[in-house]
Design a protein around this ligand. Structure first.
Ligand code: C2E
Ligand code: CA
Ligand code: CA
Length: 735
């Protein structure tokens, strides 16, 4: 634009002194090429190629046009030089010098352009000035030369600044672009990441979370941002988040219960500290994955590996695991365990005749019944086919007692499996055979135990099925005799095989106060049997109820007889009562009725209860005792010191007597700690205003010590063993 305007002004000023045949073609050339240059610039601006090869092409074309325009302007210094018009000459020189200065600045970004353009314009006019040789004009030429040299030097500086500027600009733009695109990539990564990500600050406030994290919590990004992690109801993952703020890596894997939605998922969370440029922790970054599916798969895999798919019972593998644990536990506790190997009788026939669906259905029902027959701690497993194994732990430490306990469970199972099954429309009857092996600690290997139980099971089959056999013949013998005794015990009452024995109780002056009644069973073959042998069995089978009632009846009858004689009128009888007997609903009415029927003084009847069963149901026990106490019946606490009596309860029980257990009396003379216990029991009894009686007193020394400690009443072989009523009458000197 400047070039065109200047050319027009120059042509206008010189039109009077220069021939129009020169000036107009010259102007036309300037206009044309200036215009061409404008077109070129315009075309370049519109092209969007950025490659350096094409760029250098553009530059070449541009330089070419610059050279042409420069040359045309330069020609003006000679062609348009008005030889005879000094004013016009000055104007021309002024124009060319100005143009040179302008050009050098305008093109200083490209040194080649700037220098060539300037040279092309200024050199011809300078030569012309030197050629004319006029003094002032030569000085002018020299001035222009100096001026030109100075401009070239400046151009070089300007060029360097411009280049630096451009480079800086380009670099800054590139950097900005790089940051922008990396930010964009990070944003994409965060939002399309398959894992949940959130940032939190040192105050545990969530500052950012991605979409996936919001989705995991069934919530929105907007709702989650700003939440304080400390205020969430589920704090299980909190320690991991805390670690990140301490500059460590935190992990959490487990269930997570969302606070603001119903999301309840398994998560795996890893968090790392977020650092500023000075490596200070400014927050944490947590990556959260939903591992619910994995957990589900793990659960299914575990189920497949350890459970039978038909019955959902543990399989052989899990049984072996549990058995191994059971052996270790038994070794530690000294308690026995039992393994019951169970095989359904005639299962093959059912499968063949009714089909496999019926067989499966039976197996499932058997599994369900087995489960209900057992306690929660016991294991029932299916080995395969119609074979099941039951593992019972925590039995007695006495082998024969443990065998009895296992037998009771086995009988319960046999009875349950004998009940009819519903197979589709049909009712079906089935039985099982059970082999039992008792184990203690690591005496036998797992496989050996299973094998023995299996062998015992075959013996049960041989014995006619629907029955149970022990692997160990001795245990079988013990169980058999128990079964026999149970059988005979049922008939003992009607066959009048029981007798009541009496053991006298005396005071400090050896006066007989009364007696404890102790039952005896006169077995037709076994002779006199101690209650210790049959009372537990009677309790287990419930036979204790009629037996206990018989004892009370007999004792009341005896008291009634004693009432008639002045010598025996004031004697008391202490009767042992079992837990089962005491806790039966009708006990109070039954006992009251018996006392009334015999018209005896209830104060002469004392019931002996043991500590252990008082604790079973303390409130109910107190109520029953109080009801009987109201009638006039008194209570003595038997075997005192062997149980876990809580003093608080002792105070609330309507007792009249504590009976020091014979185990303390036995070693009284030799064992100082027993002496201390006895002293404490007596002191306690005194403070509770209870009477104290010592049982099992066998020697004078024991009696002496007990007397010294303030014991009031005594019972034991020293005075008399338990004796029959006729012997007692003799002792009391009555007939
Ligand atoms: P218990 O109530 O502790 O009875 C005391 C036991 O110690 C009796 O054994 C008795 O014979 C024995 N004994 C007495 N004095 C001495 C002594 O000086 N030295 C030693 N070493 N022992 C002595 P028994 O008669 O064999 O009775 C055992 C347990 O059977 C009784 O223990 C009681 O718990 C229970 N029992 C006895 N009769 C009945 C009853 O009619 N009903 C109920 N439910 N249980 C009964
Ligand atoms: Ca007793
Ligand atoms: Ca006792």
């Amino acid at each position: 634009m400047a070039s065109i305007l200047l050319a027009c002004v120059l042509a206008y000023v010189l039109r009077e002194v220069i021939s129009s045949t020169i000036i107009y073609p010259w102007l036309a050339l300037v206009l044309f090429f200036s215009f061409a240059r404008a077109v070129l610039i315009f075309a370049y601006a519109r092209s969007d190629t950025n490659e350096s090869t094409t760029n250098s092409g553009w530059l070449k074309k541009y330089r070419f046009l610059i050279f042409i325009v420069g040359a045309i302007w330069g020609s003006a210094g000679i062609l348009l030089f008005p030889a005879d018009y000094p004013q016009h000459q000055l104007f021309l020189i002024f124009m060319l010098a100005g143009l040179t200065a302008g050009g050098i600045i305008a093109f200083s970004a490209d040194l080649v352009c700037a220098i060539t353009f300037a040279c092309l314009i200024i050199v011809p006019v300078m030569l012309r000035l030197f050629v004319i040789g006029d003094g002032i004009l030569i000085s002018m030429g020299v001035a222009i030369l100096l001026y030109f040299g100075f401009m070239l030097a400046s151009t070089w500086h300007i060029n360097r600044n411009i280049r630096e500027n451009i480079t800086l600009h380009v670099e800054a733009a590139a950097r900005e672009e790089a940051v922008r695109s990396s930010e964009e990539r990070y944003r994409l990564l965060l939002n399309h990441s398959p894992v949940g990500i959130f940032h939190y600050d040192t105050q545990y406030i969530i500052t950012f979370c991605n979409k996936r994290f919001a989705d995991l919590l069934e919530n929105s990004v907007e709702n989650i941002a700003g939440v304080n992690l400390k205020s969430l109801k589920d704090q299980l993952a909190f320690p991991a988040l805390e670690r990140a703020l301490l500059g460590e890596i935190g992990h959490y894997e487990g269930r997570y219960n969302a606070t603001y939605s119903d999301a309840n998922i398994w998560i795996s969370l890893i968090c790392a500290p977020s650092l500023d440029t000075f490596e200070n922790v400014v927050g944490g970054i947590a990556i959260v994955q939903d591992i619910s599916e994995r957990k589900k798969a793990e659960y299914i895999i575990e189920n497949l590996a350890f459970y039978d798919s038909l019955t959902q019972l543990p399989n052989r593998q899990l049984l072996l695991d549990r058995l191994k644990l059971a052996l270790a536990t038994s070794a530690r506790s000294g308690k026995d365990g039992a393994l019951l190997f169970l095989d359904l009788d005639n299962f093959k026939i059912l499968n063949d005749s009714h089909g496999h669906d019926a067989g499966d259905s039976l197996l499932r029902q058997v599994a369900a019944r087995l489960t209900t027959c057992l306690h929660g701690d016991d294991t029932v497993a299916r080995l395969g086919g119609d074979e099941f194994v039951v593992l019972i732990e925590d039995l007695s430490n006495q082998d024969t007692t443990a065998a009895t306990q296992a037998e009771i469970v086995g009988e319960r199972i046999l009875a349950s499996l004998k009940q009819p099954y519903q197979l589709g429309e049909k009712e079906y009857q089935s039985t099982a055979s059970i082999g039992v092996v008792i184990f203690k600690g690591h005496d036998q290997s797992l496989e050996e135990l299973l094998k023995h139980a299996d062998i015992a099971m075959y013996q049960a089959k041989k014995a006619g099925r629907n029955t149970l056999r022990f692997f160990d013949p001795q245990m079988q013998e013990a169980v058999n005799s128990r079964v026999d005794i149970e059988h005979e015990l049922r008939k003992a009452l009607e066959n009048q095989q029981f007798q009541l024995f009496y053991q006298i109780q005396v005071d400090r002056h050896n006066r007989i106060l009364g007696a404890e009644t102790l039952i005896r069973w006169l077995h037709p073959e076994r002779g006199f049997m101690s209650p210790a042998e049959f009372i537990p069995l009677a309790e287990e089978t419930g036979l204790i109820l009629p037996i206990g009632q018989w004892v009370i009846e007999t004792a009341c009858e005896q008291l009634k007889t004693w009432q008639k004689n002045a010598k025996t009128r004031d004697l008391t009888l202490s009767v042992n009562v079992s837990a089962k007997q005491f806790h039966q609903a009708a006990f109070v009415t039954q006992l009251t009725e018996t006392i009334k029927r015999h018209a005896i003084n209830p104060l002469q009847l004392k019931l002996e209860l043991t500590e252990s069963f008082l604790l079973e149901n303390i409130e109910e026990t107190i109520a029953t005792m109080s009801a009987l106490n109201d009638v006039g019946i008194q209570f003595s606490l038997d075997d005192f010191g062997t149980g876990y009596s809580c003093l608080q309860y002792l105070k609330r029980l309507p007792l009249v007597q504590l009976k020091i257990d014979q185990s303390f009396v036995r070693d009284l003379v030799v064992d100082s700690s027993d002496r201390a216990i006895v002293r404490t029991i007596i002191a306690m009894a005194k403070s509770l205003e209870l009477n104290v009686i010592a049982e099992g007193v066998e020697t004078k020394e024991q009696l002496e010590l007990l007397l010294n400690k303030g014991c009031e009443h005594f019972q034991g072989y020293l005075f008399s063993p338990p004796i029959s009523i006729s012997e007692l009458n003799e002792l009391l000197e009555v007939d």
